[in-house]
Design a protein around this ligand. Structure first.
Ligand SMILES: *Cc1c(COP(=O)(O)O)cnc(C)c1O
Length: 407
């Protein structure tokens, strides 16, 4: 038997990859042989890590690790089936109770990832007669969900609330499909944006969605654990939690584990259990993941969580103060994500490589994660960084700044 089509298939993929390489957009995996912390080991070298979303340094925290080990001992390594078959284990229910209490919502539902939470929820709520409105810079999971659900999709320029209002006014006038009251309108935004680190004006967005009768979904992936008196997120800080129909986020960032969640009313959660396909048709998260995430919520809510959050903000202020004295473009960031914008993809790769030679790991982020020509180093800070580590970064930032200008 010949392997003609297999060979053709490989040749075709090689051609496609070549096109990706030509645009400086080729990506490959880097094997890390250490825990997630302020230092990581790559290719036998220890690098200072300014790339992690483990904002509070909980991924390697003893309380989370012990919770995971305990869950493995008691419930095993696997979860056996989807939640609706026989996989709805104690740790999942305890996690959901902890999340609802933490977020002060009636109820919560855990998903296997934030991506699955976004896709499952949006597709459960919206159909082809409906309208989904999103900020231009929302995460890929939301864009994919908005497309997959088949609703009319409208995108407003990043944080441009005048344009958002134009769209909502238009949506409000759309004729209903036969037999329906009116098309449902769902507005989706992140509270802190993942690649720019800036914020949405939740209070104004809430006022707009109330005015035009739209539902609001807020993705707090980069805000939970960092904002608000109780670190619930930007919804808490802006006192808008009560008016947001759907709060979602990930358990894989500040929470230190992995998985996603939706918080909201009891009826929302009951509905998602019945209709969210990424929840229904997927094996339940392993018990260790659910238990670790719950332990993450516990640490986050504790006095220790408060002090970790305070330490993180001190680091953010220190780095921003230094950057303000250089000629890096101010990105408007107000979070633990500080993008150093370089523009050209090749240039961003060069600077990232130069930094790696100096022992500092800040990855270049390129299209399609950000728009073409907006490549950047995405610098993130965590509560694990020591004052000395920050000073090392600051020393090298001066070098990169010169490098960046040379391009
Ligand atoms: C990381 C992220 C997600 C996806 O969460 P995972 O748990 O990693 O799948 C969703 N939305 C935003 C804004 C994110 O940054």
């Amino acid at each position: 038997m010949g392997r003609h089509t297999v060979n053709q298939f490989s040749a075709e993929l090689n051609r496609r990859l070549e096109a990706i390489r030509e645009q400086n957009l080729f990506r490959e995996l880097r094997r890390v042989d250490s825990t997630q912390s302020s230092r990581i080991e790559i290719n036998g070298r220890s690098l200072l890590n300014f790339s992690s979303n483990d904002y509070l340094g909980l991924a390697d925290h003893p309380h989370l690790k012990e919770a995971a080990v305990k869950a493995v001992k008691h419930f095993g390594a696997g979860s056996g089936a989807s939640r609706l078959i026989c996989g709805s284990l104690g740790p999942h229910h305890e996690l959901e109770e902890a999340l609802a209490e933490f977020k002060q919502s009636e109820s919560a539902l855990a998903f296997s990832s934030g991506y699955a939470a976004a896709v499952g929820t949006i597709c459960a709520l919206m159909g082809k007669e409906d309208i989904v409105v999103i900020d231009k810079l929302v995460h890929a999971s939301i864009v994919d969900a908005a497309r997959l659900c088949g609703a009319k999709l409208r995108v407003y320029p990043h944080n441009n609330l005048n344009k958002l209002e134009d769209i909502l006014r238009w949506a409000d006038k759309q004729a209903p499909a036969s037999g329906k009251e009116h098309p449902r309108k769902l507005l989706v935004t992140e509270s802190v944006f993942s690649m720019d680190g800036d914020q949405a004006s939740l209070a104004e967005i809430v006022a707009l969605k109330e005015k035009y009768g739209a539902w609001l979904m807020v993705d707090e992936a980069h805000a939970t654990g960092l904002f608000g008196e109780h670190r619930r997120g930007l919804a808490e800080q802006s006192k808008t939690s009560e008016q947001i129909e759907i709060q979602m986020g990930t358990l894989g960032k500040a929470m230190g584990a992995s998985g996603g969640y939706v918080c909201g009313t009891k009826v929302l959660i009951e509905y998602l259990i019945n209709r969210a396909r990424s929840f229904i048709f997927s094996t339940a998260p392993v018990p260790a993941a659910a238990a670790a995430a719950r332990a993450g919520v516990e640490v986050l809510r504790s006095v220790e969580g408060r002090s970790r959050c305070g330490k993180l903000w001190q680091s953010v202020h220190r780095i921003k103060q230094v950057l303000n004295q250089t000629d890096w473009q101010d990105s408007g960031s107000n979070s633990a994500i500080i993008p150093l914008i370089l523009g050209d993809e090749g240039r961003a790769m060069e600077v990232a490589n130069a930094l790696r030679e100096l022992g500092i790991f800040i990855p270049a982020v390129r299209y399609p994660t950000v728009a073409r020509g907006e490549a950047r180093l995405r610098l993130t800070l965590t509560a694990s960084h020591t004052a000395d580590e920050l000073e090392t970064l600051i020393t090298h930032l001066a070098v990169i700044s010169k490098n960046a200008k040379a391009g």
